[in-house]
Design a binder for this molecule. Structure first.
Ligand code: TYD
Ligand code: MG
Length: 456
């Protein structure tokens, strides 16, 4: 008889090792390693190795059909998925508990069902009554969505096979699924992987679009991230902070569409409302009269987005001054501060720095460097920046201002929202011609202009 083997799997990162340890060597988490019996779906006990079948090899070019999509009609969601749910694909939607994943997906389910497709919503977390209450609150109780509360993959698949073939299946959440095909306890990485694999197989075989909801851990990753993320066709994150009304849906992986698009929603008393013009929202309650605020003309995906960057620079009582950053990369802030010190003689060594992206947005673009530098210098000197000016440009370690992509889209959005001037890399000003754009060669240029109180 074959010896039963088991391996030790970290429940945080999915790393597998041959022995138990108190701390995972891969991710450094403590007490996350659990013994799991070996044997995924393919290698279950009693399976005989099968003889391989010869598959057809084809050239790279040839006729391909554009994957058919199910449009949800929620424009912000369709934008992020790349034009709707792709039939036969699996989409993972991750996010913190309470951020609004179930709300978003119930709204999407209802919209697709109302459009005439069969939609099955499987809730493993909430009772039927809770889902019904939410539907009522969203005024969607009349939508023909088929609802079930179930956590066993076998039962879910049997249910789906018994009824008419669904076009869209929503599983809320993937962490509650468990399958009999593996021995591990429900909730373990092995269970998660096996369950997700079975759902992926079902999607490919049936042509249904499947949405898996996943909770994220405190450090922002879907629990057992590597094991599920690579199995699915697309991964979207639903972010936002519970203190703010708006939520951002962001694609981090998409086999059928762009990965840099965002969708913006606002959580209202009656569910998630789409925000078609996010710049207006992010600039909503701007206090342009105080120093330390600079408006950044950014790009999210294909969409220009204006946001306010706020800096507060205060004398520090500490030996090692504080640097607190919300919504931006702390490493990049350190770089901008270092360049300001080394190339422009602006010293922050005795000051605490607080940097905040207004509205809870997270910015990843290097183009925000210039706006951050402007906000920092403004706060340090107490000189208010002109209220009608936007900033964008990447700062290099030499202190030069480097060009950034899509300058025209940024300028257009700024003009649309009533900003008369832009401070940008030199190349942008040259292209735009004389007038509204101030071109900068170096960061020292920016500092001099702020000190002189002019952007001309
Ligand atoms: P939910 O969709 O249950 O979050 P998740 O599935 O990501 O855990 O949403 C939870 C929060 O949203 C909850 O705190 C209440 C709030 N909410 C509203 O503000 N308005 C609404 O219409 C709904 C349905 C929820
Ligand atoms: Mg939920």
């Amino acid at each position: 008889m074959a010896r039963r083997t088991s391996s030790y799997v970290c429940q945080a990162c999915g790393a597998v090792s041959g022995r138990w340890a108190g701390r995972c060597e891969s991710c450094g988490e403590w007490n996350t390693i659990v013994e799991e019996a070996d044997g995924g779906i393919a290698a279950g006990p009693g399976r005989r190795p099968q003889k391989g079948r010869v598959v057809e090899l084809v050239p790279l070019d040839g006729d391909t059909d554009e994957a058919p999509r199910i449009v949800s009609g929620i424009a912000e969601l369709d934008r992020v998925t790349g034009g709707g749910f792709v039939t036969g694909s699996v989409l993972l939607v991750g996010g913190d508990p309470g951020i609004g994943k179930s709300t978003l997906l119930l709204q999407a389910a209802a919209a697709v069902a109302i459009a005439g497709h069969r939609v099955v919503y499987v809730s493993g977390e909430e009772a039927v009554a809770q889902v019904r209450l939410r539907a009522e609150r969203l005024a969607l109780a009349a939508a023909p969505v088929a609802l079930a509360t179930e956590t066993s993959v076998e039962d879910v698949l049997a249910t789906l096979a018994a009824g008419p073939p669904p076009a869209l299946v929503i599983i809320d959440s993937v962490q509650t699924l468990w399958t009999e095909s593996v021995d591990s306890a429900p909730g373990t990485v092995t269970q998660l992987r096996a369950s997700a694999q079975l759902m992926v197989r079902y999607a490919k075989a049936s042509g249904a679009a499947i949405v898996l909801v996943g909770h994220v851990t405190k450090d922002g990753q879907i629990a057992g991230p590597r094991v599920v993320e690579h199995l699915v066709d697309a991964v979207l994150y639903f972010e936002g902070d519970s203190g703010h009304q708006f939520r951002i849906l962001r694609a981090v992986k998409n086999r059928f569409g762009p990965t840099d698009e965002i969708g913006v929603f606002e959580m209202t008393g009656a569910g998630l409302a789409e925000i078609a013009n996010p710049s207006e929202l992010f600039l909503g309650d701007r206090d342009a009269a105080s120093p330390g605020a600079a408006v950044f003309a950014g790009i999210e995906g294909t969409r220009p987005l204006l946001v306010e960057i706020q800096a507060l620079v205060t004398p520090s009582p500490l030996g090692t001054p504080r640097r607190a950053v919300i919504g931006w990369d702390p490493g990049r802030l350190a770089m901008v501060v270092a360049v300001l010190q080394a190339r422009c003689g602006v010293r922050f060594a005795d000051h605490d720095i607080y940097l905040n992206i207004a509205g809870g947005l997270k910015i990843g673009e290097p183009a925000a460097d210039l706006a951050v530098a402007a906000a920092l210098v403004s706060s340090l000197t107490g000189i208010t920046l002109p209220a009608d000016t936007v900033y964008f440009g990447e700062i290099s370690l030499s202190g030069a201002i480097r060009p950034v992509p899509q300058a025209n889209a940024r300028l257009k959005e700024a003009a649309k929202l009533g900003f008369a001037r832009a401070v940008a890399p030199r190349a942008v000003a040259d292209e735009a011609g004389a007038g509204a754009v101030t071109g900068l060669d170096s960061l020292a240029d920016l500092v001099a202009r702020i000190a002189a109180g002019t952007t001309e």
